[in-house]
Design a protein around this ligand. Structure first.
Ligand SMILES: [Zn+2]
Length: 296
């Protein structure tokens, strides 16, 4: 039986559109027996597959979006946890220091160099301006939102506009777009785009396909949190689960008051959440065979 805490770790492991909660689905599927076949023609984020597999059913799943199939396959596949933790460690060794440097700031209380949690921007005017920064200093214990000095505002604007050296997508936005941005990359600050490209580049270097896929699952699940679509009125970094909510509405937008989050901290939080999800998945799906077609 999946309890509500376990349900959270599976359901909130990714922000794919309109995911259904595994706990509720378990009640809907209560009459499903081992050996039954469930057809899920629009599988989306894959939580109904988990609920059906948990009851011993076989599942035929499809979706028009290849991303949905990828996420579903990664979600239900068990993984060796030690290998996954090792893969994370490699990414940490490759990237953590260089990413964190982009979020450095001097603690206003003790003067030591720390890395901020997020910067609050005002996107109201034509020129975006950083308003305040949220800090938690492990040296002196300072843990609050503080305003920025004139010099620090200039420095943060400069850091926020750095350009990626690694690959990043340059696709135009299609579908519902309620911003002046024409490209997806414009939904991110230069700093966050740079940090994400460093992270993506290092994930690509992981040799284990299964671990690499799970890290891509973590990566794609954090993109909303790292974009200017994130509202500064919420603080997903403080979420006890390490996993936050998602899009406020369909389409793309830039919040008037957005947060520029520390990408490394978001990645670590989200990885921890996905790790909890995989621990649960390992415990409820011990034997799995995925076929590419019904004939297999
Ligand atoms: Zn301090």
């Amino acid at each position: 039986m999946i309890n509500s805490i376990d349900f959270n770790s599976i359901y909130r492991s990714h922000l794919y559109w309109d995911r259904k909660d595994t706990f509720g689905l378990g009640k809907i599927f209560k009459d499903l027996k081992a050996g039954d076949i469930l057809l899920d023609p629009f599988c989306g984020g894959g939580t109904p597959i988990v609920a059906a597999l948990q009851r011993g059913a076989r599942v035929i799943a499809s979706d028009i979006n290849p991303m949905a199939l990828f996420l579903s396959r990664v979600l239900i596949s068990p993984v060796a946890l030690f290998a996954l933790k090792e893969a994370f460690k490699k990414v940490e060794n490759y990237t953590a220091r260089s990413i964190l440097e982009n979020y450095s700031i001097l603690c206003p209380k003790c003067g030591k160099k720390i890395y901020f949690n997020y910067l609050k921007w005002n996107n109201d005017a034509l020129k975006r301006v950083p308003e305040s920064v949220y800090l938690s200093c492990h040296h002196c214990g300072l843990n609050k939102q503080v305003s920025l000095s004139k010099e620090e505002i200039t420095r943060q604007i400069h850091l926020s506009n750095i350009e990626p050296k690694h690959w990043f997508p340059t696709d135009p936005i299609c579908g519902r777009n309620r911003t002046a941005a024409k490209y997806f990359c414009e939904l991110f600050t230069g700093r966050n785009l740079t940090s994400l490209s460093i992270l993506h580049n290092s994930i690509e270097k992981i040799s284990s396909v299964r671990c690499r896929d799970i890290l891509h699952y973590v990566f794609t699940g954090m993109l909303f949190d790292c974009s200017l679509m994130q509202n500064s009125l919420t603080n997903p970094l403080s979420s006890s689960s390490g996993l936050s909510g998602g899009w406020l509405s369909p389409g793309f937008y830039i919040h008037q008051a957005s947060q520029e989050k520390n990408i490394w901290k978001v990645f670590v939080n989200r990885f921890k959440g996905v790790l909890r999800c995989k621990i649960k998945i390992n415990s409820i799906i011990d034997c799995l065979r995925i076929s590419g077609s019904i004939e297999d």
